[in-house]
Design a protein around this ligand. Structure first.
Ligand code: EPZ
Length: 422
């Protein structure tokens, strides 16, 4: 097991360059299956979730070749439509391999992705949408056996703008006869990046980022090169870390419009922010102001993936905040750990009331999920004394050597290997 040891109280300051977005590159790596050709994916971040996706692609016969400036995926030699159960368990978001696998092979077998640390993560919206396209899905013994002799384009209304379901339908519909219209799709920037990658391979998709996405099925694709968009959540997390310590930062390779709600809430808390083409500059105040209420919403609303980080900021703000998590049903697991550090938080269902305190004190805390774990690091950066964050494998899923990134801007943080007592 590994842990972070953090010595709090240092202002973070400097410059930081964002890497490629985890939630853009994962569906794009899955989408390479559609083309049956080589794709070069640039700005591919070095994350454990990305390594898991590479393992799955190799397991089904694809070739993965890492190069200096990116990774080349050749999906011509694909030789299986079965996603091994142990790999599905390793990364539940491989559920969006269904769409591309069905588009390419006409079938897909995978185990039910199941829930994770932040919620049950049902896939009913994925399944009902794929069935409308003509996919037969047999659910038995925890497995999904998908077959489709013919995919026929149609109008699909998503009950909820699910990111994964939107991506699965977009990828499956690339092989459907005629037109598919997705009504009420997710509008995240990562959906637009998937559209841009698929169109570079020869697909005909329009409307990503709007109320309706139109996909015209195509028979053949070609090789492509794609540069993944920068990670808006990595950017928001770094800004939160700097704001927690009263520091200042210039984020490079950033797309401010992808972060607009995060930036607006940081301004509301008292941060001075200047944004421009490819950068965000922020100067944080000595102490943040609490914002009355904050609600997570689908994009362009405040992102659920920034809720834990923002809640952590509010633990030392001036005043009381009410934070509501509307997207996932158990995304407050970092709260009990923050309370060990002296935070004053009351959780009632999907709402947390955070009363700002003058200081947090270092403690031994346990990371329970990716963004909650990153938030415990953020708390440790500002806490008095030493904080140990255990179980940092969660954090490695979404941040590339988080400790090195933070050290670059002045944090006193080390990664340590611990030997289990039992
Ligand atoms: C994607 O997950 C992201 N993951 C998540 O990021 C992100 O939090 C989420 O979108 C929302 O923005 C990746 O892109 C790999 P959803 P996804 O389908 O696709 C319910 C991170 O920290 N739902 O939009 O699984 C679901 O239970 C991760 O980087 C159904 O009910 O999210 C949830 O409550 C965490 N039925 C809500 O919708 C379905 O069929 C949002 O889920 C599908 C979803």
């Amino acid at each position: 097991m590994e842990q972070f040891r953090i010595c709090g109280g240092k202002k973070l300051t400097g410059e930081y360059e964002l890497t490629g977005a985890k939630n853009a590159v994962l569906p794009i790596l899955a989408a390479t299956i559609v083309t049956g050709h080589e794709s070069k994916i640039k700005s591919c971040p070095n994350l454990s979730d990305v390594q898991s996706m590479f393992t799955i692609l190799k397991e089904i016969g694809c070739k993965v070749t890492k190069e200096e400036d990116g990774v080349i995926i050749d999906t011509k030699p694909i030789n299986s439509y079965v996603i091994p159960e142990h790999l599905m368990r390793e990364m539940r978001s491989s559920v969006f391999l269904m769409g591309p696998m069905i588009a390419r092979c006409g079938k897909a077998t995978l185990s039910y992705p199941g829930g994770c640390e932040i919620g049950l993560r049902p896939i009913d919206i994925h399944l009902s949408a794929l069935r409308k396209l003509g996919v037969t899905i047999k659910e038995s013994h925890g497995f999904l056996e998908c077959t489709a002799d013919r995919l026929v384009g149609c109008k699909i209304h998503l009950d909820f703008p699910s990111v994964g379901a939107t991506e699965n339908v977009m990828m499956a519909a690339t092989a459907a006869e005629g037109e598919t219209r997705i009504i009420n799709p997710a509008k995240e920037p990562e959906i637009i990046d998937l559209q841009s990658y698929l169109n570079t391979c020869g697909a005909d998709i329009k409307g990503a980022g709007t109320e309706e996405i139109l996909i015209r099925g195509k028979k053949s694709y070609h090789q492509a090169e794609h540069n993944v968009i920068p990670d808006r959540i990595e950017g928001g997390t770094i800004l939160a870390a700097v704001a927690m310590t009263g520091g200042d930062i210039v984020l490079r390779n950033a797309i401010p419009e992808h972060m607009s709600m995060t930036l607006s809430k940081l301004r509301e808390a008292g941060c001075k922010i200047r944004e421009g083409n490819g950068f965000v500059e922020m100067i944080a105040p000595e102490r943040l102001n609490a914002i009355e209420t904050l609600k997570t919403q689908p994009y362009p609303g405040f992102p659920t993936d920034m809720q834990s980080q923002y809640l952590t900021l509010m633990t030392m703000a001036r005043g009381t905040s009410i934070i509501t998590e509307t997207i996932f049903e158990s995304r407050f697991k970092h709260v009990e750990e923050l309370m060990k550090m002296g935070a004053r938080i009351k959780v009632d269902g999907r709402t947390a009331v955070v009363k700002g305190v003058d200081k947090l004190t270092g403690a031994r805390v346990v990371s329970k999920d990716l963004r909650g774990g990153a938030s415990l690091v953020i708390a440790g950066l500002a806490a008095e004394g030493e904080t140990i964050v255990e179980n940092i494998c969660h954090i490695d899923r979404g941040y590339d050597r988080f400790e090195l990134a933070l050290r670059k801007i002045g944090a006193d943080i080390e990664r340590e290997v611990t030997h289990d007592k039992n």
